[in-house]
Ligand binder design. Structure first.
Ligand code: NDP
Length: 454
């Protein structure tokens, strides 16, 4: 399996994918290791994870370089991701003991009722390439803390980072038979579905997620899906500073080249500020430095996957054919690497694919709205349900909109952010199940009810 640098098209290294037999051996090994790992105290397990976190931070520069080389993520954003993901470890370390300890519900009248939380066993974590630290940590660290063993399959586009997770977890004291990285592309992921895992935790597209859910349904084990989005942002006419709102909205749409599950994917703007907002937004996007992702000042690098270039070209052509106005960008950049011009389309409507289908790239559609109800109707008009955002000075008015969103997360005067303090979940085609927070840890355990009569 050739690992390509998406900025230069050069092959970085070739890796040997795991065969079916090797996956079977790794699973057998994990099944043995998990039993001992579950018997360790939560303190012992957490101290390994804290050591892992420290090792990752100590090797930050080298790991960021690797992430940028294989995904094309601009180096400053790679550093931000690796540093930022550490908050999962701090949060787990502060709370996991409490979350996983037994709960005594009744202890009177000769009856004792309590709940304990047992690990699932060996879980498969099939992961995405766009934020491998964030989405990886959300699953495998929480699973390990709860006493599970993990077979981690990174996306083929983040394989080198996945190998580093394995290397540093083992160095931090997580036994080899408790965490294993499985190398390979989608067909290797497919092999995992045929094996006897105790749970499947997937981050990726709706199509693959649905395929995984259907393929493993007969096993009746937990299946969790963190899928895509078509996340709306509504900018009300009362925003304090239209220019600043446009700058913040553009960052939400174009950070990581738009390849974020919770990127702003469509924008609705109140009529009164529409022209000013669109002008400020376009000026901001035109100012983004595009180029070599290893340069510290680069904000827009190459797309990670070459296939996405065609999706974006198709969405632009479709929007223009249906009456959109192109304000900047619109084309693949000629030469080496998977570069696409940051693209802004105005006068969009829901007949256009750019407003309805996940773009997952540096492109945004903007639509004018007359009032809050029109915005609400448009924001809700989607098959997805990951996040929704409102920019306004008026909290009460914003909350009235946000309460009506059928999404797992809502934002007021912010967007495109994830925090370990609150649950992360998608509705409808954005997935099922929860990661992060006290609720996220529950995904990796099964409760046992004790009825005891002393
Ligand atoms: P894919 O669905 O293509 O891939 C995700 C993972 O599944 C990869 O490891 C992939 O391997 C693997 N895979 C592919 N085919 C199969 C199969 N038949 N059986 C088992 N595993 C398989 O997703 P993308 O790479 O396109 O990731 C982007 C998507 O992820 C976007 O839709 C994005 O919104 C979503 N996402 C959601 C997040 C959330 O928290 N809700 C967070 C991050 C991303 P390989 O890549 O090697 O082919």
């Amino acid at each position: 399996m050739k690992i390509k640098n998406p900025a230069t098209d050069e092959i970085i290294v070739a890796l040997k994918p795991d065969s079916k037999a090797e996956i079977g051996q790794k699973l057998a090994m994990l099944k043995i290791g998990q039993k001992d790992w579950a018997k360790e105290t939560i303190d012992d397990r957490m101290s390994c994870l804290v050591r892992f976190g420290a090792l990752i931070q100590e090797n930050l520069q080298e790991l960021a370089f690797l992430l940028t080389s294989e995904t094309g993520k601009p180096i400053q954003q790679a550093l931000n991701e690796i540093k930022g993901a550490h908050n999962r470890i701090e949060h787990l370390n502060a709370h996991a003991r409490h979350w996983l300890s037994k709960e005594i519900m009744v202890d009177s009248g000769g009856t004792h009722e309590q709940i304990t939380y047992e690990p699932l066993g060996v879980i498969a974590n099939i992961s995405a390439w766009n934020f491998p630290y964030n989405v990886g940590y959300n699953v495998f660290l929480y699973a390990l803390a709860a006493g599970n063993a993990v077979a981690y399959k990174p996306s083929e586009f983040a394989s080198l980072t996945g190998q580093q997770f394995e290397f540093y977890l083992h160095r931090a004291g997580v036994p080899k038979n408790v965490f294993q990285c499985i190398i390979g592309s989608g067909d290797v992921g497919q092999l995992l579905l045929e094996e006897d895992f105790d749970g499947y935790f997937f981050t990726g597209s709706y199509g693959t997620g649905l395929h995984i859910a259907k393929s493993v349904a007969h096993k009746l084990v937990p299946v969790q899906l963190e899928l895509g989005g078509k996340d709306p942002l509504y900018v009300m006419e009362d925003v304090l500073d239209v220019k600043q709102a446009a700058i913040n909205a553009a960052e939400g749409a174009f950070y990581n080249n738009g390849q974020s599950c919770c990127a702003v994917e469509r924008i609705y703007v109140a009529e009164r500020i529409y022209d000013d907002f669109v002008a400020a937004f376009t000026t901001e996007v035109k100012s983004y430095p595009i180029g070599n992702p290893l340069n510290a000042e680069t904000f827009i690098g190459p797309l990670t996957r070459p296939e996405q270039l065609q999706v974006l070209e198709y969405q632009v052509a479709d929007a223009l054919a249906k009456g959109a106005t192109l304000l900047t960008g619109g084309n693949k950049i000629k030469g080496k690497g998977n570069y696409f011009e940051p693209t802004v389309l105005m006068n969009c409507h829901h007949g256009m694919k750019v407003m309805m289908e996940e773009s997952f790239g540096p492109i945004i559609g903007i639509q004018k709205v007359d009032n809050d109800q029109a915005a609400i109707d448009l924001m809700r008009d989607t098959a997805y349900g990951l996040t929704a955002a409102v920019f306004s000075q008026d909290k009460e008015r914003a909350m009235l909109v946000l309460e009506q969103m059928d999404t797992g997360t809502v934002y007021w005067n912010c967007c495109d952010r994830v925090s370990p303090n609150v649950p992360w979940s998608g509705r409808k085609n954005s997935g099922q199940g929860v990661t992060l927070s006290s609720q996220g840890i529950r995904a990796f355990v099964q409760p046992k009810a004790y009825h005891l009569r002393p």
